[in-house]
Design a protein around this ligand. Structure first.
Ligand code: FES
Ligand code: FES
Length: 155
């Protein structure tokens, strides 16, 4: 398999990695760079556990070829922790016990961060749409939506 050297920004730092043509970003982040917040769930774009922010938009990193990340700006939950809305969301989810196993949590928090950075006063419908691609097997979504709504209200 052909090797490629790619370079991209990861949480503000420049990373250079050698990848193969069919490597996906999720595997490069987890297994070559030790970034563990994006999780391996379905591995086919259905569950959202592998969500990262790429060039300002959330993407499913299991669907992004590593070579496509060359020159990109990638942010994972580890790097998003300094963002205002990410911090507030995490605090609120923690206070309200809005996750159970937590496997979906990084993806949900990043999707909610993207929403609130674009629209700080979303409706419940906006919130549901924003996290529609992030599946949660444990909570039934109500505590997740409630935590995002309370984050918006600053309660
Ligand atoms: S692991 Fe990427 S969408 Fe499920
Ligand atoms: S808290 Fe377990 S999958 Fe969401």
């Amino acid at each position: 398999m052909k090797k490629h050297e790619i370079e991209f920004k990861l949480n503000g730092d420049t990373k250079k990695v050698e990848v193969e043509s069919n490597d996906v970003l999720l595997d490069v982040l987890r297994y070559k760079l030790g970034i563990k917040s994006p999780k391996v769930g379905c591995d086919r774009g259905d569950c959202g556990t592998c969500t990262v922010i790429m060039n300002g938009k959330t993407v499913r990193s299991c669907l992004v070829l590593a070579v496509e990340a060359h020159g990109a700006d990638i942010v994972t939950l580890e790097g998003a922790n300094s963002r205002k809305w990410t911090q507030r969301l995490q605090k609120k989810f923690h206070e309200k016990n809005s996750f159970q196993c937590g496997f979906c949590a990084p993806g949900v928090i990043l999707s909610a961060t993207e929403l609130l950075e674009k629209n700080p006063k979303p409706t419940t419908r906006d919130i549901k749409e924003a996290i529609a691609g992030n599946l949660c097997r444990c909570t039934g979504y109500e505590p997740i939506i409630a935590a995002i709504e309370e984050t918006v209200k600053g309660k």
